[in-house]
Design a protein around this ligand. Structure first.
Ligand code: ADP
Ligand code: MG
Length: 293
């Protein structure tokens, strides 16, 4: 590509809210065969809401929510915000936990009013030796509907399963279809559980899913994809967790409404919060490279 055509391409892209931070990204996109996308905040809105609370027999829904929300109060995860918001909506005032631990990629543990409270993914409960049998069927049913089930253990015993639901961005399905029509192989990468991820992917027409990836595992997931992928590999993400993967991909594309850390690690930044920017980036790359040949 000539420097002039690259300049024209980057200029046109900027007009559409697609900022190329590196000129060679325009060329790299043309050679891209696979686009991997983060789920939460990229394909979905990233603002989950609490939808279900299923308690074990004898436990009151509000008592459980009260403890859980108190435990989640200091967590910065969007799941925590959903839970705290739900508790506030019910008029609860939340006690300050005596102890709090954020277990990245797993959940939280806290001591609230003398009770040990654990909230998080099944892998957290397994790690802590909590028997999930009583509620695993319910959790599985929630996940099959695209919701994220979280287990709650109180004083070392399973107490409830709660679910949060994060809606798919309105623009995502069409953007994914368009990328697929360009011949790109689309892959979803997420820390969320496999069943939930599959349900969301299914709604989006994505048939390749890598789920239950720990935050530090996204780069490894990309390296695995690279082995099987033909052409260059692009990654689209928005979160702090996504920064290493954005840097590791051939083309890192950050959602501009995401975190600064992600934006700084990216080759391409989308000014709008949706995936139409990814489509625009590919179109402009094609037009630019076509002009050159
Ligand atoms: P993602 O951003 O893709 O959802 P994370 O690594 O942030 O991935 O989280 C993975 C999983 O860990 C979540 O789906 C959830 O089950 C659990 N988890 C993480 N943080 C929390 C939290 N604050 N409360 C409850 N569960 C959590
Ligand atoms: Mg995200």
């Amino acid at each position: 590509a000539t420097p002039t055509s690259i300049m024209v391409g980057t200029g046109r892209a900027a007009e559409l809210g697609v900022l190329f931070r590196k000129g060679d990204a325009l060329q790299m996109l043309q050679e891209t065969g696979t686009v991997a996308l983060d789920k939460t905040g990229t394909l979905t809105a990233g603002r989950p809401e609490l939808t279900d609370i299923i308690t074990c027999e004898g436990l009151d829904e509000n008592d459980v929510l009260h403890l859980v929300a108190a435990a989640e109060h200091s967590s910065e995860h969007p799941i925590a915000s959903a839970i705290v918001k739900a508790a506030e909506k019910r008029g609860m005032t939340l006690p300050r936990p005596d102890k709090f631990n954020s277990l990245t990629g797993f959940g939280v543990s806290a001591v609230v009013q003398g009770h040990d409270v654990l909230v998080g993914a099944d892998r957290l409960m397994q790690r802590e030796g909590i028997n999930l049998e009583q509620l695993s069927g319910k959790a599985s049913a929630l996940a099959t509907r695209g919701k994220t089930p979280l287990y709650v253990a109180i004083d070392g015993k399973i107490a409830a399963v709660i679910a949060v639901s994060d809606p798919i961005k309105e623009t995502s399905p069409h953007a994914i279809q368009t990328l697929q029509a360009l011949g790109l192989n689309i892959v979803m990468i997420t820390g969320d559980n496999q069943k939930t991820a599959n349900a969301i992917a299914n709604e989006l027409g994505i048939d390749s899913v890598v789920a239950e990836v720990l935050p530090e595992g996204k780069v490894r997931a990309l390296e695995d994809l690279r082995k099987s992928a033909s052409g260059k590999l692009a990654f689209v993400g928005d979160g702090i967790n996504d920064a290493p993967a954005l840097a590791a991909a051939d083309v890192g594309i950050a959602i501009g409404t995401g975190t600064d850390v992600a934006i700084e690690a990216a080759d391409v930044v989308l000014m709008a919060g949706d995936l139409n920017g990814v489509v625009n980036a590919f179109h402009i790359s094609q037009q630019t490279m076509r002009n050159i040949r």
